[in-house]
Ligand binder design. Structure first.
Ligand code: SF4
Ligand code: SF4
Length: 133
């Protein structure tokens, strides 16, 4: 369930407030969202995916709250990491581009196969962020 809004990263865009299907957030007076109804969270990760600055952390544990430390989350690269993993955000490789299962082909136009450079890249530690240039 949702555990953290990073006030250091948040830019007050209200996207998470708008996209949450169960109205978990209230908009704070400074536009920083407040987790007002944590128990209504369905652990859908939609807010984390839409946050443009990786300021949200949704724990994969849906049944109970978890005590988290923002600095540890940030240092371990977990803060906002679901958005990064699925390739949303500038310079990231979209998961749909990598997914070659028949289901994806039914809902999206057939993707061209990865070339050698792309295939090599997804096996590097830099994945999913594309190297500059
Ligand atoms: S994980 Fe889903 S239900 Fe929970 S706060 Fe985010 S958008 Fe709302
Ligand atoms: S989506 Fe991210 S930047 Fe926008 S208000 Fe929510 S936490 Fe802040």
């Amino acid at each position: 369930m949702i555990e953290l809004v990073s006030t250091a990263r948040c830019v007050g865009c209200s996207m998470c407030v708008k996209v949450c299907p169960t109205n978990v957030f209230d908009e704070g007076p400074d536009r920083i969202p407040v987790i007002a109804r944590q128990n209504d969270c369905q652990t859908c990760f939609i807010c984390e995916v839409y946050c443009p600055v990786d300021a949200l952390y949704v724990s994969p544990y849906g049944d109970e709250a978890e005590i988290v430390d923002e600095r540890e989350l940030a240092e371990s690269g977990v803060l906002g990491s679901w958005r990064e993993k699925i390739g949303w955000g500038p310079g990231r490789v979209k998961l749909a581009k990598l997914d070659t299962t028949p289901f994806i082909d039914r809902v999206l136009p057939l993707q061209p196969p990865l070339d050698e450079e792309e295939t090599a890249f997804i096996l590097t530690p830099d994945y999913p962020r594309k190297p500059a240039g």
